[in-house]
Ligand binder design. Structure first.
Ligand SMILES: [Zn+2]
Length: 138
């Protein structure tokens, strides 16, 4: 899915605001910000062009929630985090997706993935594990 299509709500698409300044919402992001908060295009991570694109992406949870479901007392949530969690640069593509398990006591990370497809598969495996007699606690 290609984000961004509507004109910027802040400058109405002119790119300029008061005193002829660059619009802070749709001006191109500087390098540091681009590296901080990624979006997905066709399920593949890339830096947003500007804040407008970032907000539009984050405004629709379907863009970044791979899957969420309840298993007994647990809630299993697999999402695109938006940050590369591969801090040691072990992978070629980065680690962007995470499955988290939560209950009333809090939450914990179950596992992380490089791609949307791996995240879908991994989510199903975590759910199966939670349901198995060995792990079952509900
Ligand atoms: Zn603008």
């Amino acid at each position: 899915m290609e984000p961004e299509s509507e004109p910027c709500y802040f400058c109405q698409g002119t790119g300029r605001v008061d005193d002829d300044q660059d619009c802070p919402i749709c001006k191109p992001l500087d390098h540091r910000f681009r590296e901080m908060f990624y979006i997905l295009e066709n399920h593949v991570p890339r830096p947003p062009k500007n804040l407008l694109e970032f907000y539009e992406f984050r405004g629709n949870p379907e863009n970044f929630i791979v899957k969420q479901e309840d298993v007994g007392q647990y809630s299993v949530s697999t999402v695109f985090v938006g940050l590369n969690m591969d801090h040691l640069h072990i992978t070629a593509t980065g680690i962007w997706f995470e499955t988290m398990i939560s209950d009333l006591r809090g939450w914990g990370s179950a596992t992380c993935y490089e791609t949307w497809e791996e995240a879908e598969k991994g989510h199903a495996e975590v759910v199966e594990r939670l349901k198995s007699p060995k792990w079952k606690r509900f």
